[in-house]
Ligand binder design. Structure first.
Ligand code: SAM
Length: 441
């Protein structure tokens, strides 16, 4: 066999050692995890700490131009995720990414963290023959710990916050993108820092899961929602001379800082401890100063929270404005019921409520399956939907109107899709609601 025919048969896949299925461990590597179309392995040789190999899984291909465009997009996304995870864990000075394949022509990438002063610093590591390269093995325990760290970094942002808490940084990332928009619907100067790297990570992984990985602007729904509730909340407070505002599941909401409140407004933010640990830290660093009397209440809304709110200065006998934006999705039905029951008890007649929710079809629609799966993987599954929003809130003491994104009141020139008439049943939908507390119910 000539060299040329030998090469052609390797390229065609004869005896390819990188074709799937592959052993999770062999003399060269240990499996870290599977991504969308590839698997990531930690090299046995750790001279360059964190060195990995990302191998294309779904079929035998020798070169990038033998992939379909969608395969390339998926592999490029995997490479980004893998390189980002490696860099975050081992914090190198640089990372080389190389696709060689002239020994084993199966598409794979070497991810090689580089450190100033490493054995080949200033040159590619492959400049010397393989068998003369330094070979540093890690002790078993250290190697297992490195693999575990890389697995965690692959799964999502590296942070101590809970998955549900992190969703607040995702929506803050969206507010940062909106603030950068050429004609923003609102400005949130705190959003970028409140979101941080982890917030943008969640935003982009959710976009990838919804097939919008290459979309770079603000999300129309999230942007419309923020503007809609900015206007509705401030309008309710001004029109009805309401002096106390309660933002339930406040997350990284910066309305206490960025809106112009009538004087004397007392604003309570309720959310869990992991959220405020991050938020207060960032706000302090930014020297943010509220435009109202802001008070925080660190409580889980699925448990008991009312006495803590009252303890922070809330007066249940006086009307108030409540906002629960982006919350109900994450509660199970019994928690929604107990939260709304508690709210009914403390909302004086004439109080105002803003809340958004989905219908149950969102939780079962095949169009939503990948998105919902990603939310679950990130530790923030969606659990609740209401079929008839007005009737549901009426049963909890509120007279409500629902507005669908895209309708004239919730459009702002940003909703480009047709608005499907409400009368058509069975479709996944999301709605924004404004409600008034009815006396005696
Ligand atoms: N309302 C904020 C906004 O729109 O920017 C945050 C929305 S974020 C998508 C969801 C928020 O719900 C997170 O801040 C999370 O911590 C909060 N949350 C979810 N379940 C909660 C619970 N049981 N108790 C308190 N907060 C909760």
């Amino acid at each position: 066999m000539t060299d040329k025919t030998k090469w052609e048969s390797l390229v065609a896949g004869a005896g390819c050692p990188l074709d799937a299925p592959r052993p999770p461990s062999n003399d060269h590597w240990d499996l870290i995890g599977q991504l969308s179309v590839s698997s990531l392995y930690l090299a046995k040789n750790q001279t360059y700490r964190g060195q990995c190999q990302l191998v294309f899984d779904t079929r035998h291909v020798a070169r990038v131009d033998q992939l379909s465009r969608p395969e390339w997009s998926s592999l490029a996304g995997d490479l980004f995720t893998a390189q980002q995870a490696v860099a975050r864990v081992v914090k190198p000075d640089h990372v080389n990414i190389e696709s060689l394949g002239n020994v084993v022509p199966h598409l794979h990438w070497h991810i090689i963290p580089r450190y100033v002063g490493d054995p080949m610093w200033g040159a590619p590591v492959w400049q010397v023959p393989l068998d003369s390269m330094p070979d540093r093995r890690l002790p078993d325990e250290e190697r297992a710990a490195l693999i575990a760290q890389l697995q965690k970094a692959l799964a999502g942002p590296v942070t101590d916050m809970t998955g549900v808490g992190l969703t607040s940084r995702w929506v803050a990332a969206n507010r940062a993108l909106e603030t950068d928009h050429a004609s923003p619907l609102y400005r949130d100067p705190y959003a970028r820092e409140l979101a941080g790297e982890a917030g943008f990570d969640v935003l982009y992984s959710m976009r990838t899961a919804s097939g919008m990985g290459s979309f770079s602007g603000p999300d129309p729904y999230l942007t419309i929602r923020t503007r809609f509730f900015d206007d509705a909340l401030l309008g309710a407070v001004r029109d009805a001379s309401i002096g106390q505002v309660v933002i339930l599941a406040a997350g990284m909401d910066a309305r206490a800082f960025r809106l112009e409140w009538p004087s004397g407004v007392r604003l309570f933010e309720v959310d869990r401890e992991d959220v405020f640990t991050h938020k207060e830290d960032v706000l302090k660093r930014l020297k943010a100063s509220p435009s109202c009397d802001r008070r925080i209440v660190q409580r889980d809304l699925a448990q008991s929270w009312v006495s803590a709110l009252v303890g922070a200065g809330f007066d249940p006998k006086t009307k108030a404005a409540f906002l629960a934006e982006g919350l109900l999705y994450y509660l199970d039905e019994s928690a929604v019921v107990s939260m709304l029951d508690a709210l009914r008890d403390i909302a004086a007649p004439g109080s105002w409520l803003g809340v958004d929710a989905t219908n149950p079809e969102v939780l079962t629609s095949p169009f939503m399956a990948t998105y919902l799966k990603k939310l679950t993987e990130l530790g923030s599954p969606w659990k609740f939907g209401m079929a008839d929003p007005e009737a549901y809130l009426a049963s909890k003491g509120w007279q409500a109107t629902a507005v669908y994104p895209g309708e004239s009141e919730a459009n702002y020139g940003r909703w480009v899709l047709p608005v499907v008439p409400r009368a058509i049943p069975g479709l996944p939908r999301t709605f924004l609601m404004r409600a008034t507390r009815v006396a005696g119910s």
